[in-house]
Design a binder for this molecule. Structure first.
Ligand code: PMP
Length: 410
């Protein structure tokens, strides 16, 4: 049986009640964004009804309450990913993409030069791939890519070859959003550190679905997005080791990130506010804390077990057909809660459109991994991705819709 009481979980997510042409919504686009439980929706409403004020600069009650709640949210998020430094190691950003840009601009622009290398993987999301490419262009550094095997796993021999004395930064995706592959980030961190390089881990698809411990990984930076973990849109998180965040230059300048300003210059604020210029993501930060409490209430081990339980069944059902090509590792325990696939002879967009006729929401396209799709030899793939409210019955609905597409296009 399911590791989770799914029916109870579903009661917290009102959107799952929606119907389209009398078909109940089957939401399988969770890698793009997850749905939001009442607890988080209420947190946003409660904040605006009761506490709304700007933080850090008010002496009045509301500002004090908002500041305390906002600051404490940083501690909760730090704790959630095992950062023992608390708020000082947890910067709120707009999303994973902004976290990536923050480090690329603040660290990369200042630290990289001719002859330096940034090592990425062929399965990087555009969030890191495009960002480091641009920073490399501006600094004269070179970007190199760790290749993938037939199974869609990182070629670790290649990684050991590539990560060398010229490597300054290794930026890797923890769980691939296109293949589902779980990468050996601990081993990659060791390889980077042996060369005195830093490692940035893109955890956008990992933190929502499994227990993550940034210190066990020994990541120098680790980023994720609130909207993929039952939280609101508009907020992401950047974990950074305190010593590095203290050394690094700010990314954005302005109010709140300064301690002292004169006409000649400025001194930066304490961590993490040094990296949060201007009015920050107050409502979102507080609501994201509520999302974390919600997930912790379930337990991240159980979240992971549930994802595997649904993924295992999806793999089992989709491999029944020889006209379906599945990307990434073949075993559910070796991947995150998503399955990328193609139905022979049917463009992924057409497939997604037939699915939509069945009210089955999946994603089709390159999933912000165009170079990876070049390696896979296809312009697009379909992707079904799961969360705590998905059931095996919903996978049956997915497979029925695939059948329908097969009939229509055969
Ligand atoms: N990295 C990965 C692996 C992702 O899946 C995503 C979201 N598709 C991102 C980065 C970017 O996240 P965001 O759009 O929230 O910045």
């Amino acid at each position: 049986s399911a590791p989770l009481d799914v029916e109870r979980v579903r009661e917290d997510f009102p959107i799952l009640e929606r119907e389209f042409d009398s078909n109940q919504l089957v939401y399988l686009d969770n890698a793009a964004t997850t749905q939001t439980p009442n607890q988080v929706i209420d947190a946003i409403g409660d904040y605006y009804r009761e506490t709304n004020a700007n933080v850090h600069r008010g002496i009045h009650h509301l500002s004090q309450e908002a500041s305390i709640a906002y600051e404490e949210a940083h501690d909760t998020l730090a704790n959630f990913v095992g950062a023992s430094g608390g708020r000082e190691e947890m910067v709120f950003t707009k999303n994973t993409t902004e976290a990536e840009n923050l480090v690329a601009y603040a660290w990369g622009l200042n630290e990289l030069g001719e002859g330096d290398e940034v090592v990425l993987t062929e399965m990087e999301h555009h969030a890191s791939l495009v960002t480091w490419q641009q920073i490399a262009k501006r600094t004269g550094a070179t970007v190199r890519y760790i290749g993938i095997t037939e199974e869609g796993e990182l070629d670790m021999d290649h990684a050991r070859d590539l990560i060398g004395p010229d490597t300054r930064m290794v930026s890797v995706v923890h769980v691939s959003n296109a293949l589902g592959t779980i990468n050996p980030v601990e081993e990659l961190a060791d390889l980077a550190h042996e060369q005195d390089a830093l490692i940035f881990v893109d955890g956008a698809q990992a933190v929502p679905n499994r227990p993550v411990d940034v210190e066990a990984i020994d990541a120098d930076f680790y980023a994720f997005s609130g909207h993929k973990m039952a939280g609101p849109t508009g907020i992401g998180c950047l974990y950074g080791k305190k010593a590095i965040l203290e050394e690094m230059e700010p990314f954005l300048y302005g109010g709140d990130m300064i301690k002292k300003v004169t006409f000649e210059g400025a001194k930066w604020n304490d961590l993490p506010w040094k990296y949060e210029a201007g009015t920050p993501l107050i409502a979102q930060g507080i609501a994201l804390e509520r999302a974390v409490e919600y997930l912790e209430g379930i337990g991240m081990e159980r979240v992971q077990a549930h994802e595997e339980w649904v993924t295992e069944y999806a793999l089992e059902r989709l491999t029944e057909f020889d006209d379906i090509e599945i990307y990434g590792p073949q075993k559910a325990e070796n991947r995150g809660g998503l399955v990328g696939f193609n139905l022979n002879g049917v463009h992924a967009h057409d497939l997604a459109s037939i699915m939509n006729d069945h009210a089955v929401a999946i994603r089709a396209g390159d999933h912000c991994t165009q170079p990876l799709h070049d390696v896979l030899g296809t312009a697009a793939s379909a992707r079904a991705s799961f969360y705590i409210y998905n059931t095996r019955e919903e996978i049956d609905r997915l497979v029925e819709a695939v059948d329908d597409a097969r009939q229509l296009f055969a």
